[in-house]
Design a protein around this ligand. Structure first.
Ligand SMILES: *[C@@H]1O[C@H](CO)[C@@H](O)[C@H](O)[C@H]1NC(C)=O
Ligand SMILES: *[C@@H]1O[C@H](CO)[C@@H](O)[C@H](O)[C@H]1NC(C)=O
Ligand SMILES: *[C@@H]1O[C@H](CO)[C@@H](O)[C@H](O)[C@H]1NC(C)=O
Length: 595
């Protein structure tokens, strides 16, 4: 996928312009002539599409690496925007150890790979921002006007308009797309390409027969994304932490974070000596830094937005609102036709994207090298895990895996470590089958209720303490608590974890490592500012790049929540968790696909 700038003629634009159809009368009469309009629109769109694809190919080849690097340098270091409220910049990003030249280069590459277009000017009035209700998408017809066949790729073209119905001319809106069939329990996430001119393509592989519907959602307008970006760089303190210090009868509580403004008050420096991961607390007035007892979430800073900015985050208006189809939103897919498949896949190769899997009859089917195995009864799980030790490290989204297995497999008995609820560490054992399951949260930043200081361990250090081997399974999920920080913080954390994974795989080949990606969650105006899916998407891009090419299974929680019909939730419902665990168990216990 690459960034493109596409010239759009007025003619093409008109095709999807709902500004021409303002008012309900116009809408009704439009719908009467919808087929005619659609044909007109589509012929324009097909033309447009050809251009897009040509330009894309051109662009892919001509944009040099040097340009990309420059671009990333620019985006990483140039102060952004005229926000007078918060002038201070990214003060968190480069705290801690100085990155080495190699690390800096990797950081630039990673930041570039997740670069996101910015709207041209701020501040802006709501009426000129992206409005899902005025925006439209159209399903482009199959090549040569033929029927849809399994194995084809389908494309829906989206055009974004503002609240006054005018087409947008820049990119940066955050869209999700899904092709699904409730009757078949089938669903697949679409790949969204930003043409950076107000148009977006959602690409779907056709993987099953029958009738399916396209769903396109505006998660945030480009203008809202710009606000989130500012918060991420300038307000890493918007979730804050605290620690209790105690000695004898004295106790004090102070504020802690990855980075604290220097020079205001004396700090306690809890930078981890092995990884170099920074962590600081304000020094208590009377007690020493070595009297820290625990760590807990302090709270969420409020009043982060101006009144104008707040209008960009309204439930039912511009947070996760569906975009409607111009014409039909459904297609009927016929069985695969052998001869057809080859030519069509060859033709559109340059933009052909495959998801990591899809749902069919409610079960996840990965498109990778493993044929999915379903572990419907606990004895199958016990059989798979016999003689194995599973270490789960991370946030509550992997704690769910521990909880699922612990609840579902009766032979697994939880050992009472007297750990605080929802915090851990947790341990479950099946001594008959020699199975052990462990969960431990990752090091700070972590927004849990009270974690003892002694339990604050970095995943990289924990991995260094494992002997590993073919009977060891390591499951990692580190993403949800990093959304309030600049991406550099996450890059550094994952880099330390990746190095520890490589050391582990090196000293103990055959160790199974499973990485769970980020997932979509329910967003309202408030949650958006701390946990938006846009933050998660950016982190997830880094996560995938970081573990690419390693002998590690990525469980694609992102697509598994994007493709599923159940509402997005930070902690996905049990049926999705089961599919994730089945994916892991399949990896641990099955043979690779024959082909
Ligand atoms: C950054 O700006 C915010 C808002 O003005 C302020 O509260 C915070 O103390 C500043 N941080 C630093 C490091 O200057
Ligand atoms: C905190 O300690 C680390 C490791 O000793 C050191 O590299 C870093 O400079 C210290 N931070 C500050 C602000 O002194
Ligand atoms: C597991 O359960 C699902 C859903 O109930 C069912 O479709 C599937 O056939 C079952 N698989 C096995 C191997 O029992």
């Amino acid at each position: 996928m690459c960034d493109t700038i596409v010239m759009v003629t007025a003619e093409n634009e008109m095709g999807l312009d709902p500004g021409k159809a303002r008012g309900s009368n116009m809408c009704r009469s439009l719908s009467k002539y919808a087929p005619v309009f659609l044909v007109l629109a589509l012929s324009g769109l097909i033309f447009l599409l050809r251009n897009i694809h040509t330009l894309e190919r051109l662009n892919c080849q001509t944009v040099s690496t040097f340009y990309n690097l420059q671009n990333s340098l620019h985006s990483a270091f140039t102060p952004e925007g005229p926000s007078s409220l918060y002038r201070n910049q990214t003060y968190c990003a480069h705290l801690g150890q100085e990155p080495s030249p190699d690390e800096l280069l990797e950081e630039h590459y990673l930041l570039d790979s997740i670069s996101w277009p910015e709207p041209p000017a701020r501040p802006i009035s709501l009426s000129r921002t992206s409005d899902p209700t005025h925006s439209l998408f159209a399903i482009l017809p199959a090549e040569g006007g033929k029927e849809w066949r399994v194995g084809n790729q389908m494309e829906a073209l989206v055009q974004i308009h503002d609240f006054q119905g005018r087409p947008k001319h820049h990119g940066g809106d955050f869209l999700l797309a899904r092709l699904h069939s409730p009757e078949l329990g089938a669903g697949v996430a679409g790949q969204v390409l930003d043409h950076r001119n107000g148009f977006y393509s959602a690409l779907f592989p056709l993987l099953w027969e029958g009738t399916s519907r396209v769903e396109v959602t505006l998660v945030h307008s480009s203008e809202a994304v710009a606000v989130l970006r500012r918060l991420r760089e300038e307000r890493p303190d918007r979730v804050f932490f605290k620690s209790l210090f105690r000695s004898g009868f004295l106790s004090e509580t102070t504020v802690c974070n990855l980075c604290l403004p220097a020079g205001q008050q004396p700090l306690c420096n809890y930078t981890d000596l092995r990884t170099g991961e920074p962590w600081y607390c304000y020094k208590p007035k009377l007690l020493g830094c070595n009297t820290r007892i625990n760590h807990f979430k302090g709270g969420y800073q409020k009043h982060l937005l101006t009144n104008k900015e707040a209008l960009l985050f309204q439930s039912g208006v511009n947070i996760k609102v569906a975009i409607h189809a111009s014409g039909s939103n459904s297609i009927t897919v016929l069985p695969e036709e052998k001869a057809e498949v080859e030519s069509s896949s060859a033709r559109s190769e340059s933009v052909r994207v495959l998801p990591s899997g899809y749902y069919f009859q409610g079960s996840w089917r990965p498109l990778g090298e493993y044929a999915m195995h379903q572990f419907n009864d606990s004895s199958a799980i016990t059989q798979c895990l016999k003689g194995k030790v599973l270490y789960m490290y991370g946030d509550s989204t992997v704690r769910q895996w521990f909880e699922y297995l612990n609840a579902f497999v009766p032979e697994l008995k939880e050992f009472n470590l007297h750990s605080p609820k929802n915090v851990g560490p947790y341990l479950a054992v099946d001594s008959t089958h020699n199975i052990m399951l462990q969960y431990r949260c990752h090091g700070p930043p972590i927004r849990f209720s009270t974690v003892a200081s002694s339990e604050m361990r970095y995943v990289a250090n924990e991995l260094d303490g494992l002997s590993g081997g073919p009977d060891t399974v390591v499951v990692l999920s580190v993403w949800a608590h990093f959304s309030t920080f600049p991406v550099e913080v996450y890059i550094r954390r994952l880099r330390h974890i990746r190095r520890a994974v490589l050391r582990l795989l090196d000293r103990a080949p055959g160790t199974k490592v499973v990485v769970r990606s980020a997932n979509l969650q329910a967003l309202d105006p408030e949650v958006s500012l701390y946990n938006s899916d846009w933050f998660s998407l950016q982190l997830d891009g880094v996560l995938r790049a970081m573990f690419k090419g390693l002998d590690v299974l990525l469980v694609d929680a992102w697509e598994m929540t994007a493709a599923h019909h159940l509402p997005h939730a930070l902690h996905p419902p049990p049926t999705i968790v089961k599919n994730m665990i089945d994916t892991m168990l399949t990896h641990i216990c099955s043979q690779k696909k024959k082909s």
